[in-house]
Design a binder for this molecule. Structure first.
Ligand code: MN
Length: 433
């Protein structure tokens, strides 16, 4: 069952922007939205096409953008565009696809293209609130097992999408270095806690969900309507200080262990671009409970999954010095999410909590059941007890200064052109003294 497929997804469609054809991330079938500035220019909204970025404000100036989106395209963030009905964004997508595929527009549009490598990318939206979930069931199992070997999943896990409110002010776009945080932790053999730099800095491989249209305070979002509130997706690295986390998390959950920095990929892969890659949500087995009716929708179960593969790689300072490529630590599918994006959104608003355009929801770390696609070092190193070996002989239990963590994702489906998310990367800098 494929909903929302149109000519913009046609695998035969190519662009006169030559680098787009066969591009691993940004062929003409993708057209992700973001905020960029060319050399010495001011931030503006753009779309990625091959190795270039198309200036949508310039297109609006020339009267080449749909009227309904024009005002939103003069903003320096995507919030206003996110707030529009999905139909308006779909019209924008169709227009971009037409302009970039039809040779007749080449002469007029070419001056509005910039080389992406010479541009600066910004956060795509002003993020009012950031919430992180925990729907990667194998991650929940792996981490739970470290603490509770006999009972890794708590009794609520299969009934309710578990989440916590994160912090929006410290979300940064890809490329902004993360400063090793200081905080309170209690070394296992010490009697008293200390305030010091974390010794267990970790990454978490997640998808981010960008909220489109919001809901009024007091009005829940029906699961059948949840898709209308999702503008798009990104990659999210939920940096975590495991030693702070272990000491502080009870009884109220994550706090300073996770709010010092979160990294997002700057391009918003729109819900429309992902239409061909919707999949059935894996069936619940082993006597798993049927969720309460407000979280259940047959259509969502049939097409609410995402055919996306995520990966995380590491490049140490020594590896870069030796010109070694980044080392793949894990790769796995988004089908390891126990709850769909629609269930996450619906649950968040189920008490009447109002979501707003530009809110960011993290899925939680997505890991595979085996070792091939673990989404955190906590899992890979078995809680820090089994070092991971890098190709140059270095080992890691947790991240060291100079480490560069790179996340990527690709959506694939038979009969369609694969699209990518671009990169979500950042380097770890030493703690400030
Ligand atoms: Mn997380």
């Amino acid at each position: 069952m494929r909903i929302g497929i149109d000519e913009t997804h046609d695998p035969a469609r190519t662009s006169w922007v030559v680098s787009a054809n066969g591009h691993g991330d940004f062929p003409i079938q993708n057209l992700p939205l973001g905020v960029f500035s060319p050399d010495e220019g001011e931030p503006r909204i753009g779309a990625a096409i091959g190795d270039d970025i198309l200036d949508l404000r310039a297109l609006a100036d020339e009267g080449l953008m749909p009227e309904a989106t024009k005002k939103a395209l003069y903003s320096r963030t995507l919030n206003a565009l996110f707030a529009l009905p999905g139909d308006a964004r779909n019209d924008l997508r169709k227009q971009l696809s037409a302009l970039l595929s039809d040779e007749a527009h080449r002469r007029a549009v070419t001056p509005m293209l910039y080389r992406a490598e010479a541009c600066v990318m910004y956060l795509p939206a002003v993020i009012g609130d950031y919430t992180d979930f925990y729907v990667g069931i194998h991650h929940a199992n792996n981490v739970g097992r470290l603490f509770r070997p006999d009972n890794p999943l708590l009794p609520n896990y299969k009934h309710v999408p578990i989440g916590y409110h994160g912090r929006a002010s410290s979300v940064r776009p890809s490329g902004v270095p993360v400063i090793r945080p200081r905080g309170q932790r209690k070394p296992p053999d010490a009697e008293n806690p200390v305030y010091a730099a974390t010794e267990r800095l970790d990454y978490e491989l997640e998808l981010g969900i960008w909220i489109g249209a919001g809901n009024e305070l007091g009005d829940p979002i029906a699961i059948s309507e949840a898709g209308r509130h999702i503008a798009g997706f990104c990659l999210l690295n939920d940096w975590s200080a495991r030693d702070f986390q272990a000491w502080e998390y009870q009884p109220l959950g994550p706090f300073l262990a996770k709010n010092f920095h979160s990294t997002v990929s700057p391009w918003v892969i729109t819900a429309e671009a992902l239409a061909p890659f919707r999949t059935a949500q894996p069936q619940r087995t082993n006597g798993d409970p049927v969720p309460l009716p407000y979280l259940w929708n047959d259509k969502d179960q049939a097409s609410g999954g995402l055919g996306i593969e995520l990966s995380v790689s590491l490049s140490s300072a020594a590896m870069r010095k030796a010109d070694l490529p980044a080392f793949l630590l894990g790769k796995g599918p988004a089908s390891n999410m126990y709850w769909t994006a629609a269930q996450i959104v619906t649950h968040h608003a189920s008490n009447g909590c109002n979501l707003q355009p530009g809110d960011l929801l993290g899925t939680g770390t997505i890991s595979t059941p085996d070792d091939s696609g673990l989404g955190s070092l906590l899992e890979l190193s078995r809680g820090g007890s089994q070092p991971v070996e890098l190709p140059n002989g270095e080992t890691r239990t947790f991240l060291v200064d100079g480490d560069h963590v790179i996340m990527k994702a690709n959506a694939k489906a038979e009969g369609f052109v694969s699209i990518g998310f671009g990169s979500c990367h950042a380097e770890v800098l030493p703690a400030h003294t």
